[in-house]
Each structure stands twice: as structure tokens, then as C-alpha cells.
Design a protein around this ligand. Structure first.
Ligand code: ATP
Length: 237
């Protein structure tokens, strides 16, 4: 099967002062793939997502469909179709659900296209539909995460980056969100899913990268992971 790479990361590194949060990292995502980035607290997972978006100063390259993504220009990355749902969701609490969704499509002027995307997001997350006039801050944690994903989808991403969408949510809600991500992936969306709790995503991901102290320690084929012990082996080295 011939595939094309939607995203290629080459020698991407980032530092905060003297802290080398990300050592040169190489990874790629094939078109239509859902990959997972796993790793313990402080491994550099969020830094990697922010580095891909150009939200932090980096060295190295990020290519989208073979074309260089300008560094330190997150709006340009987003315009190319690379969209991040950040850790902590990044929604605007005092604004309504509807307003938050609108922000996701701020680059769009075509009203019919806006309506089409809006309809699609609300059919995917019916709970948001019932709460359009409510402030985002008054939503439950799970609903806020759905709003964050919904807002990202309003930008019609080509590749969606999600930084620990399960954080602080009940297992049932996590299950619901992961199912939606699986569905989006089946519809052809490329996804990078950052997750600390590996068992959650290994059923969903085609491949997984294990990040440890700012570096890719292993690439894992989830189909070959047969037990929790084996996974622990990856984590502990
Ligand atoms: P978590 O799962 O806890 O979110 P993570 O894998 O996402 O962790 P990062 O948040 O990327 O890890 O952090 C990687 C390293 O960089 C950590 O040692 C962290 O303390 C450091 N770091 C992150 N942000 C900053 C910052 N703004 N200033 C200084 N150091 C930072």
C-alpha cells in the first residue's frame, strides 16, 4: 500500500532556558493515521505538541504534506490545517458554547460552509446542541472537552492534535470522547493523541511513540503489546 505522509517532524527540539524539554525528535504521521504519543509526567508531550504548532521556540523542521511549516507562526500552521486541542482545553469560560464554536472557524467567511460545519459538529456532539447559549464555564468537564474538540473541528483540520483529552474525566466520559475520535479517524482525519494512560489509546492507535525525558524512547506497534507487563517494560526501560 502506498501512503503519503501528512506530517513529518525532523530533529525538532525545544528548550525553556537551560531545560532541554525536547531533544531532537523525529516522527511522522501517515495520511489518515491515528498515532499516540505516550509517556509519563514531564516527558515533554505537551512541549512536543506546542513545538509542532510553533507555539514555542524550536530548532528542527516540521513538514506538512512535504511543505515546511513556518516556525513561530501558529496561525499559519492552523491555516494549513494543523489544529491543536491543548491540555486544559483552552476554551473561553465566560463565552457561550456557540461563541466558542464560532471562534474555531474565525478564518472562515463563507456562511453556508460555516453552517455545514456547525451542523456536523452538533450532530457529533448532541449535548453541545442543547447548551449553545450556556457559558462554556458552566459545562461539565466532559462537555468542555467535547466543546474543545468541536471548536477544533470548526476549523476543519487536516490533522488534529489532542493533548491529554482524558485529563480529569470520568472513565465513561473518556470512553465517549475516544469513540468520537475513533469515528473521526475512520472518516479519514489524521490524529495525534497524547495520552499518559496508555491502555486507553492502544486499541485506537495504529502506532504509538513513547516519549521519555524529551526523547522518543520507542515506537510501539499496539498489536504486538500483549500484556500490561510488556507495556510497563517500555515505560521503565
Ligand atoms: P504532563 O503529562 O505532566 O503534562 P508533559 O509530558 O506534557 O507532562 P511537558 O509539559 O512538555 O511534559 O514538560 C516537559 C519538561 O519541560 C518538564 O520538565 C517541564 O517542567 C518543563 N517545562 C514545561 N513548560 C515549561 C516552561 N514554560 N518553563 C520551564 N520549563 C517548562
Amino acid at each position: 500500500v502506498s501512503t503519503t505522509r501528512i506530517l513529518e517532524v525532523e530533529g525538532l527540539s525545544a528548550r525553556y532556558g537551560h531545560v532541554e524539554a525536547l531533544r531532537p525528535v523525529d516522527l511522522h504521521v501517515e495520511d489518515g493515521e491515528l498515532i499516540a504519543i505516550l509517556g509519563p509526567n514531564g516527558a515533554g508531550k505537551s512541549t512536543l505538541m506546542n513545538a509542532i504548532m510553533g507555539l514555542v521556540p524550536t530548532e528542527g523542521r516540521v513538514r506538512f504534506r512535504g511543505r515546511d511549516v513556518p516556525r513561530r507562526a501558529p496561525a499559519e500552521a492552523a491555516a494549513l490545517g494543523i489544529v491543536l486541542v491543548p491540555e486544559g482545553r483552552g476554551i473561553f469560560a465566560p463565552m457561550t458554547v456557540a461563541e466558542n464554536l464560532e471562534l474555531g472557524a474565525y478564518l472562515l467567511s463563507d456562511k453556508r460552509e460555516f453552517a455545514r460545519r456547525h451542523e456536523r459538529v452538533l450532530s457529533m456532539f448532541p449535548r453541545l446542541k442543547e447548551r449553545l447559549t450556556q457559558t462554556a464555564g458552566s459545562l461539565s468537564g466532559g462537555e468542555q472537552q467535547m466543546l474543545a474538540v468541536g471548536r477544533a473541528l470548526m476549523a476543519e483540520p487536516k490533522i488534529l492534535l489532542l493533548d491529554e483529552p482524558s485529563l480529569g474525566l470520568a472513565p465513561r466520559v473518556i470512553e465517549e470522547i475516544l469513540q468520537t475520535l475513533g469515528e473521526l479517524n475512520r472518516q479519514g482525519l489524521s490524529i495525534i493523541l497524547v495520552e499518559q494512560k496508555a491502555p486507553l489509546v492502544l486499541t485506537l492507535a495504529r502506532r504509538a511513540y513513547l516519549l521519555s525525558v524529551g526523547t522518543i524512547a520507542a515506537e510501539i506497534d499496539p498489536r504486538t503489546i500483549k500484556s500490561h507487563d510488556e507495556l510497563a517494560h517500555y515505560y521503565l526501560g
